[in-house]
Structures are given as C-alpha cells and as structure tokens.
Design a protein around this ligand. Sequence first.
Ligand code: AMP
Length: 121
Amino acid sequence: MPPYDDQNIFARILRGEIPCRTVYEDAYALAFHDIHPQAPIHILVIPKGKYISAVDFGQTAPAENIAGFYRAVSQIAQDHGLSENGFRLIANTGQHGGQEVPHYHVHLLGGKKIGAMVSGG
Ligand code: AMP
C-alpha cells in the first residue's frame, strides 16, 4: 500500500485548510455535503485518522475507531431521515472501485430511490 498522502483534499478539509459544509463531527468522524451531489442527499463521512481506503481502515484502525466511525454513519443517516426509506452506502476503493480521494470515506446517498447498483463502463 502506498503511504498516506497528507495533501489529499480530505486531509486538508480535516486540517481546516479547505472549507466544507459540515453536517456532523465527533472524535471519530467528520461528515460534510459532497461538492458534486449525485442525489438529493449526498453526504461524505470520513474517519479522523489517516486511512487510505476501506482495506487500510479495516486492517489497521483500532476497533474503537471503527465502531465510532460506523456509529457516526448510522447517526447521520438517522439525523437526515434516511433510515426510514433507506439509502445507499458506498465505499469506492482503489482504481477499479473509482476511488478519487485517497482518504477512506463513505458516500451516504438518499432522498430518492437510488438507481442501478453499478452504472457506467
Ligand atoms: P470517490 O470517487 O469515492 O473518491 O469520491 C470522492 C468524492 O469527493 C466525489 O464525489 C467528489 O465530488 C467529492 N469531493 C471532492 N472534493 C470535495 C470537496 N472539496 N468538498 C466536498 N466533496 C468533495
């Protein structure tokens, strides 16, 4: 795995160098609106630690951080009224997964029925 890139855009958001539209923050996670929303509600949730991907997070984060992160995801879904009608949780991972920002994040998409599971070529 390559080393974590401290200049990636989400690292810069965590350091407060770039603004974001924060919807939630605690010791484990920061959540903000995606700058190019793909659904009426499109929130990105990122862990506070330096984790590149889902694999890096799952393999190297302390259990407390993993639990804290997913509790935050769950809380955010509830806070935005998504748990009733449902939503999609996506973690693009690596090149084939289409991951653009090398800081682990999940996309919370909802507010309407989300389309095909996989689109594009
Ligand atoms: P991914 O392809 O899973 O790495 O997704 C990265 C996401 O970050 C994309 O949906 C972008 O629209 C979003 N994004 C990039 N820069 C920003 C930013 N400054 N603030 C909010 N979202 C961003």
